[in-house]
Structures are given as structure tokens and as C-alpha cells.
Design a protein around this ligand. Structure first.
Ligand code: 4AD
Ligand code: MG
Length: 431
């Protein structure tokens, strides 16, 4: 008898197979038990009918509880109504472990209860669907980057200085060397890497001691930073819209079941194709004020601004050329107006907001020294970074996406806390 997975069931219709997994629900009508069964790859109904089972298996069926782990054997059949679904006509059941009463019941639970039980909550259909879409988005990223000559380059997590401002740094005592910091972004290290590899990216956890308690903020999240030599502002945006469009398409192609489970309206996702909309920061401010925001001319967009602005659009939007003073020290200035940075944030539509931050980088040694001083950053810690502008400096650009923000948008979720396996928030580091 062959051991199979739910995902491969269609190839086994009419055959006897063995499956291993968990019972997530049970219904009975006297002589039949309907077991809702999952094995990690999917969900099926397994039908345990008294007359098909040995006495021993029938007794086991009667004892089964929600979340008990089992091995079941039987014949694969086509679902009587749904073409792409299959069932198992059970002949034998073996218990691996009989579970006591499961804490996550059928009644509604609040978010704090569910987060306290995250280790169990992950088993739900909805969380299963989210993690599978996350996996597709990660694989799509690796594939696209690889096809476009970007080389994966692993940036360090323990770092001597800030990349994205000093207010959100997590400090670590580092032996006799004083303080080290958890990385906020691998960008500065990728800038070193382009002089060896041309186009590079990293993809890993980053940390922000964000005081913000919003639906968009985590203290630990996954960032993909990309950096490319000889790429300037315009081309940087093209790379981003191609990549994001490809990622969304991969989910549409590979995750129909998951999107259905999440009840995601796929029409807005089908529109995600280049070119994306573009607004300058000044145009965005004007538009936001018309929409009732009190945003100032030199302000960064706040969370609410992003929500109201992106509800106006059916595709992602680049907001370009922010006032340089609200952006990071490394951004190159716009030669046409040195008050502005050659940067863009990519905002996801439907109220989601910022998913990417990126810019062309300052490539002139003296200008960069000046910026580091203006931002009150320690010159000494950046001496290696300044070296990159001494030895073969080139125009270059890059960007970083927040994976959880993209997962939340693609899945249509209200909050990023469901997008990462074990979310870290200002008030939560467990489980
Ligand atoms: O805009 P940010 O701060 O940009 C950088 O860190 C650049 N160094 C990236 C680069 O150019 N290589 O962060 C990039 C993205 C944001 O657009 C957002 O999607 C996500 O990271 N992000 C967060 N996601 C969840 N929780 C937080 N606290 C986040 N902060 C930023
Ligand atoms: Mg940003």
C-alpha cells in the first residue's frame, strides 16, 4: 500500500493508500464517522463507515478527538460534487496519539487568545493558507532575482551602527567591544557587495525597536534588500514593479485554494502589472490634503495617509522624491532640486500602504561625509562604507521590501501579526 500526500491524491483515485496526519474535526451519524483530515499538504474528508472497518478500527473511530494524530488507510474516491476534491473511504485507522480536549474550539476567540496559542493556531486552515502564500512569495523572489542576475548575499545581523536611524535600534552587549546592534536592513553591506558581484540581494530577519503599535509594524520582520551597480533611480523603479508583479502572479497561479480559503477578492491582484502609478511626494501631499489629511509639505506620509491615499488606486503606487530631510542619510539628492531625495516608496493599493522603501545612493565621498555629519552619525563606524566611494565608486540604487507587508496585502489581511509564524510586537515575544 502506497503512502501518499493529499496534494497527490488525484493520481490515486480507486487505489488503496495510506495517509498520515491529524483529525481536525469529526461528525458522526451513528454508523458513519466523517473525519476532517489534514496532512500538511491539504484537507480532505475521510469517511469511516462501520461496515467497511474492522471492529478494532471502528472502536478507534469512536474514540477519536480533535487534533489526534492518526494513520489512515483506505480507497481514494472522487468527491461526489466537487471536481478537484477527493475523499478517502477508510478501511483502517491507527492512532499515533490521542489528543485531550483541544483549547482552540469552534467558538470565536479574540486575537490575544489566539496569539497566546500561536503554536496551535498555526494549524488552522486560514493560517495554513497564509504560510503557504508566504512560501510562494519567498520562492518567487528567489526565482526572479536569480533570473535577473542578482546574487544572494547574506548580510550580518549583528552590526556596529545604524542603517535606518538611531531611534529604532535594538542594542546588544557585545563582550569587551561595547555595544552592537541588531540589523535594521542589510543595505549598507549590499553596497559593499555590488563592487564584487554587480547585483545582489539579501533576505532575512531584521529588527526595529518600533514604538508603534499598528497593523503594519513588527519588531522582527523579514526584509529582502536588493542593490545594483550602475542602476539609477528610474531603472530602480522598473526593477521593483517587475519583481512585485511577478510575485503576485505566482500566487495567483499557485495558490488558488489558499486565496479561496482566505476569501481574497483576486480582481485587484489580477491588475498588478507594470507600469505602476507614480506621484511625487509633493503631488501626494496635495492629493492627501484634498482628501482631508493635515499632512505638512515636508512630512513623511503617516499610516493614515497611506491608507486613504492607497484606497484611491487599483494598482501599486510609487511616491517619489521626498524632502531629503525626512529620509535616510545615504540617499542621493535630485540634481534638479537638491532639497529632494532620489527615492521612492512603493505603496500597495486597497489601503495597504508602504511595502518597499528604496533610493539611488549618494556615491560621492565628500557629500556622503557631509550627510553622515548632518545626521549626527558616528563617522568612525562608517569609515568602511566611505571606502566604497573611494575605490571605483559608481552610481547605484537599491530597495528593501517588507515581506510581511506584502503577505498581508496579497492575502487581504487586516494586520501583519498573522503573516509571520511567531510575531514579535512591542508587547509580545512569546510563544
Ligand atoms: O523603508 P525601510 O525602512 O527601508 C530600508 O530599510 C532600506 N535600507 C531598504 C533598502 O533600500 N535596502 O524598510 C523597508 C521596508 C518597508 O517598506 C516596509 O515594507 C518594511 O520594510 N518595514 C516593516 N515591516 C514590518 N514592521 C516594521 N516595523 C517595518 N519597518 C519597515
Ligand atoms: Mg520606509
Amino acid at each position: 500500500m502506497e503512502l501518499i500526500f493529499i496534494k497527490d491524491m488525484e493520481k490515486f483515485v480507486g487505489r488503496e493508500v495510506e495517509m498520515r496526519g491529524w483529525v481536525f474535526n469529526i461528525r458522526s451519524s451513528g454508523k458513519i464517522y466523517f473525519l476532517q483530515f489534514r496532512d500538511g499538504t491539504g484537507f480532505i474528508q475521510a469517511i469511516a463507515e462501520k461496515k467497511q472497518l474492522s471492529e478494532e478500527s471502528w472502536q478507534i473511530a469512536k474514540q477519536l478527538t480533535i487534533e489526534s494524530s492518526v494513520i489512515i488507510r483506505g480507497t481514494v474516491s472522487q468527491h461526489p460534487k466537487k471536481t478537484n476534491e477527493f475523499e478517502l473511504q477508510v478501511k483502517e485507522i491507527e492512532i499515533v496519539q490521542l489528543a485531550p480536549e483541544y483549547p482552540i474550539g469552534k467558538k470565536e476567540h479574540g486575537p490575544e487568545f489566539l496569539l497566546d496559542h500561536r503554536h496551535l493556531w498555526l494549524r488552522s486552515k486560514r493560517q495554513w493558507a497564509i504560510q503557504r502564500i508566504r512560501d510562494t512569495l519567498i520562492r518567487a523572489t528567489y526565482d526572479w532575482m536569480n533570473q535577473h542576475h542578482f546574487v544572494k548575499f547574506d548580510s550580518p545581523i549583528l552590526t556596529p551602527a545604524a542603517c535606518e536611524g538611531t531611534t529604532t535600534l535594538f542594542e546588544v552587549e557585545y563582550f569587551d567591544l561595547g555595544k552592537a546592534y541588531l540589523s535594521q536592513s542589510g543595505q549598507l553591506y549590499l553596497e559593499a557587495a555590488i563592487f564584487s558581484l554587480g547585483r545582489v540581494y539579501d533576505f532575512g530577519p531584521v529588527f526595529r525597536a518600533e514604538k508603534s503599535k499598528t497593523r503594519r509594524h513588527l519588531t522582527e520582520f523579514w526584509m529582502m534588500d536588493a542593490e545594483a551597480a550602475f542602476v539609477q533611480h528610474e531603472e530602480n523603479l522598473k526593477i521593483q514593479e517587475e519583481l512585485i508583479s511577478y510575485m503576485v502572479k505566482r500566487v495567483l497561479d499557485e495558490n488558488q485554494l489558499e486565496l479561496e480559503i482566505l476569501e481574497r477578492d483576486i480582481e485587484p491582484l489580477q491588475k498588478v502589472k507594470p507600469p505602476f502609478y507614480r506621484l511625487t511626494h509633493a503631488e501626494a501631499v496635495k492629493k492627501l490634503r484634498e482628501l482631508g489629511s493635515d499632512i505638512g509639505e515636508k512630512d513623511d506620509l503617516g499610516g493614515d495617509d497611506e491608507t486613504i491615499l492607497t484606497k484611491q488606486y487599483d494598482k501599486p503606487i510609487f511616491v517619489e522624491k521626498y524632502p531629503a530631510e525626512v529620509k535616510a542619510f545615504y540617499m542621493k539628492r535630485d540634481p534638479e532640486n537638491p532639497e529632494l531625495a532620489l527615492c521612492a516608496d512603493l505603496l500597495a493599493p486597497e489601503g495597504y500602504g508602504e511595502i518597499i522603501g528604496g533610493s539611488e545612493r549618494e556615491d560621492d565621498y565628500d557629500t556622503l561625509v557631509q550627510r553622515i555629519k548632518e545626521h549626527n552619525l558616528p563617522l568612525e563606524a562608517f569609515s568602511w562604507y566611505l571606502d566604497l566611494r573611494k575605490y571605483g565608486s559608481v552610481p547605484h540604487s537599491g530597495f528593501g521590501f517588507g515581506l510581511e507587508r506584502i503577505v498581508a496585502w496579497v492575502c487581504g489581511l487586516k494586520h501583519v501579526r498573522e503573516t509571520i509564524p511567531f510575531p514579535r510586537l512591542i508587547n509580545r515575544v512569546a510563544p
